[in-house]
Design a binder for this molecule. Structure first.
Ligand code: FES
Length: 109
């Protein structure tokens, strides 16, 4: 399956992914600037991505902890998610996500 990342410069990068992987790992493998400092513990927001509107509804809802972390992230939008919390399924083949303009680590506040 494929995931398309849109970089801060608006460049499209297609990444090869498989079901069961988390979106953070796929993004990192594709060279996206997603630090993932806490390795999926929902204790940072360096894995923040903005999901394309048409794909957002296909994702399971965010847990409260994820929402709380997103509140601290920079450039948060209505379809923001923590990529470490998104486990890919075949249904998500072709999903597009954007890298936020400024991924400041929430722990720095
Ligand atoms: Fe820290 Fe996703 S890697 S919240």
């Amino acid at each position: 399956m494929k995931i398309t990342f849109i970089t801060r410069d608006g460049e499209k990068v297609e990444a090869e992914a498989s079901a069961g992987q988390d979106l953070l790992a796929v993004g990192q493998a594709a060279g996206m600037p997603l630090e993932g400092t806490c390795e999926g513990q929902m204790a940072c927001s360096t894995c923040h991505v903005i999901v394309a509107r048409e794909w957002f509804g296909k994702l399971p809802e965010a847990a409260e902890e994820e929402e709380d972390m997103l509140d601290l992230a920079a450039d948060v939008q209505a379809t923001s998610r923590l990529s470490c919390q998104i486990v890919l399924t075949d249904e998500l083949d072709g999903m597009t996500v954007s890298i936020p303009s400024d991924s400041v680590d929430a722990q720095g506040f």
